[in-house]
Ligand binder design. Structure first.
Ligand code: DGL
Length: 267
């Protein structure tokens, strides 16, 4: 997909914002972006052929992310949203060094609002094994250790359900039950959805956790940050009205594109 013609036509501001994830999870961030800035054009790319990222090693995720972002920028996007917590911790710093003039926005688990949601609340952070292993997450946890009781919970195997379009089933509910078995749910105040795939199983999670537990996702904060960065660079799209959304995926299947559209419609 070559977007360079945008630059020629309506100026750079009309070029799309690339939204990247290891698969379909980043659609939860795209949803927040569309709510915040419906007038922008978006190019969504999921690397489902190489998913999951969260159980890979750092170097591999970094390399995959950089290769994709190199291509988006060469194709003429005006900004890049790394809508994947795992890829953000592996590569966002490097990407910002490589492209100092392009707004590159990452996502991190919404630990801050969860930690501030009560009086020393008990918070579980669900994320991929890699996100939890990385220094970026340790720094984030340390910052809020005095404010909340935070327990990281690696969830290998969960993103695969969403990636296969299974966001509501007995099997998924049982998977989530097993995941939270070691915890006393009556003492739990908040759960952070620290992987962009997880907001799509919110309904099932609520069944398992009960209504009292608050859920936090990083998409809305990332969308607000993207808007700030575009304003700062004078890159906001001028003409209003709805922008366009392109779906692309390394798997290249029609089924994946359909799943993206279905997830985007989900509330
Ligand atoms: N959606 C990705 C995230 O936000 C991870 C999924 C994966 O393991 O590839 O971390």
């Amino acid at each position: 997909m070559n977007f360079l013609h945008f630059t020629g036509m309506g100026g750079k501001n009309n070029a799309p914002i690339a939204v990247f994830d290891s698969g379909v999870g980043g659609i939860s961030v795209l949803r927040a972006l569309l709510k915040e800035m419906p007038w922008e054009n978006y190019y969504y790319y999921g690397d489902s052929a190489n998913a999951p990222y969260g159980t890979k090693c750092l170097e591999e995720v970094r390399e995959l992310t950089v290769v994709h972002v190199d291509r988006f920028i060469a194709d003429g996007v005006k900004a890049v949203v790394v809508a994947c917590n795992t890829a953000t911790s592996a590569a966002v710093r490097l990407l910002r060094q490589k492209y100092p003039d392009v707004p590159i926005i990452g996502i991190e688990p919404a630990v801050k609002p969860a930690a501030l949601s009560g009086n020393h609340p008990n918070v579980i952070v669900m994320a991929t094994p890699m996100t939890i292993r990385e220094q970026k997450f340790h720094n984030l946890m340390e910052r809020y250790m005095g404010t909340a009781h935070i327990i990281p919970l690696p969830c290998p195997g969960l993103m695969e359900y969403i990636e296969h379009g299974n966001v509501h089933s007995m099997e998924l509910e049982q998977f989530l039950e097993r995941l939270f078995e070691p915890f006393d749910k009556s003492k739990l105040d908040a759960v952070v959805l620290g992987c962009t795939h997880y907001p799509f199983v919110e309904r099932e999670l609520k069944k398992v956790l009960g209504k009292k537990v608050q859920l936090f996702e990083g998409g809305p904060g990332t969308a607000r940050e993207t808007k700030r960065r575009l304003i700062e660079k004078g890159l906001l799209r001028e003409g209003k009205g709805r922008g366009r959304v392109w779906f692309d995926n390394s798997e290249g299947s029609e089924a994946k594109r359909k799943l993206c559209a279905r997830l985007l419609r989900m509330q």
